[in-house]
Design a protein around this ligand. Structure first.
Ligand code: GDP
Ligand code: MG
Length: 439
């Protein structure tokens, strides 16, 4: 095997490194995707610059082409930015855990409180109570009470009394009645204003909450980030709940919030039903935001199934002069584990055009062929010529394996075919190689 070819093989089977051109090309796609997901522009810019810096010079994993490698890096980075794993609520070990929820009017606060209450009761087996401190619209109080009734969760309310007073009395009531967790509903406005913030600051002062959770409507996209930032600056929020994820938004809001305000996203709320509430999964959200589901699946399969050194070794072996029955046996095993050989080859950039020839090797014949190979002596396996040149040996082998000589002939042909193909691949011109590397 010539060293030039060997080097090219290393590159085209993914031993190469990402160049700036590879990255720029793919980043254009990524940028569009993030724009479509309605991610904040500033966030897109920072994010892409960060990823670019990380990606230059990175090794391209076997089974991936440079573009796919870039997407993989982007995806991993998205997951990382949105929190590698989901973080729940930090409960008090002893005594009452207080959760204050804040957010713009209509962001899904009251609905999320209901869902979160049911979720905590179910997953933590804790005794939960709500406090109705959104006092400006009677309908808001009624809404929470309706939800409480539906879930059989007690709602503390004093009608339209001052929010601070209600919270103070509500917490006393909760302690007296041995509740574990209290969730406070607060007033939101359509837009952030000072009076609202002041009231929230006052309530916070009294409630001394363990968590201040901000509800953000995923449908608001870019705007969500600014909203999150304002709330966070004034109240030091401890986490966010992204709501209305059942809408057709791609969820770019989640990324924007995380990048701009740094607060962790703790929960995802996705529907009108009380059980559509779950811990936030960065991986799912990253996939949704990127919107390249098919490619992500491909990347996952490729990186999971291909043992790159093994695949590489097999290719090199095929191209060498002493490809024998032992190698063929190994190849069968590998193919059985990873799928067809054409699939394996398909993962290797530039090898696609040999796919059709390779698929002539019938996957279903492998078992039969394996038995035949096992009936050969070690010497015969290592030296295929011995089998080809002696009809006495062929008879012995086929008889010993309980098969026909014609079956053995097919095996001999298969080995031959592989060798021929390998020769073709070795004969690729320099220009071919360059093209492949560029693809
Ligand atoms: P609040 O003003 O922040 O308390 O918001 P609400 O909880 O009252 O929700 C405002 C509207 O959005 C209501 O019509 C809810 O039914 C609806 N809503 C809340 N959460 C979700 C959700 O996850 N999915 C959908 N589709 N609608 C939601
Ligand atoms: Mg409400």
């Amino acid at each position: 095997l010539s060293s030039r070819l060997q080097m090219a093989m290393r590159r085209l089977t993914g031993k190469g490194k990402l160049t700036e051109t590879d990255i720029d090309e793919m980043m254009r796609e990524v940028r569009l995707s993030l724009l479509e997901a309605d991610v904040n522009l500033k966030v897109i810019k920072t994010f892409i610059n960060n990823v670019k810096e990380k990606a230059v010079g990175q090794k391209i994993l076997s089974g991936l082409n440079p573009g796919q490698q870039v997407v993989k890096i982007v995806f991993d980075e998205l997951k990382r930015v949105m929190g590698d794993e989901s973080v729940g609520i930090s409960y008090k070990i002893n005594g009452l855990t207080v959760i204050m929820t804040v957010g713009l009017q209509g962001s899904g606060k009251t609905t999320a409180i209901g869902k979160m209450g049911a979720f905590i009761r179910k997953t933590e087996k804790k005794k939960v109570m709500f406090i109705a401190a959104d006092i400006y619209r009677p309908a808001a109080i009624d809404q929470l009470k309706t939800i409480g009734k539906q879930l059989d969760i007690f709602v503390y309310d004093e009608g339209m009394n001052k929010a601070q007073t209600i919270v103070k009395n509500g917490l006393t009531y909760a302690k007296e009645n041995q509740y574990d967790v209290v969730i406070i509903d607060t007033a939101g406005r359509l837009h952030i204003d000072e009076a609202m913030m002041q009231e929230l600051v006052d309530v916070k002062e009294i409630a001394k909450p363990d968590e201040i959770l901000l509800t953000v409507d995923a449908m608001t996209g870019q705007v969500a980030a600014q909203v999150a930032e304002s709330f966070h600056n004034q109240l030091n929020t401890t986490g966010a709940i992204v709501t209305k994820l059942d809408g057709d938004t791609r969820g770019g809001a989640a990324l924007s919030i995380r990048e701009i305000s740094q607060i962790p996203i703790k929960f995802a709320s996705s529907g009108e039903k009380m059980d559509s509430f779950e811990a936030f999964h960065p991986e799912r959200m990253a996939s949704r935001i990127l919107g390249m589901g098919d490619m992500l699946t491909l990347i996952e399969t490729a990186t999971q199934n291909i043992d790159e050194d093994e695949a590489m070794g097999m290719m090199e072996k095929m191209m060498s002069d002493n490809f024998n029955y032992n190698d063929l046996l190994k190849q069968f095993k590998m193919i059985k584990r990873m799928g067809s050989i054409s699939k394996i080859m398909g993962f290797i950039p530039g090898m696609g055009k040999y796919k059709d020839q390779l698929s002539n090797v019938d996957d279903k014949q492998f078992d039969k062929m394996s038995v035949l190979i096992h009936s050969m002596t070690e010497e015969e396996r290592k030296n295929p010529k011995l089998v080809e040149s002696s009809s006495r040996r062929r008879q012995r082998i086929s008889k010993g394996s309980g098969m026909q000589v014609s079956d053995l002939n097919r095996l001999i042909q298969a080995l031959d075919q592989q060798k021929k193909l390998a020769k073709q691949m070795s004969g690729m011109s320099e220009r071919d190689m360059k093209n492949i590397q560029r693809n």
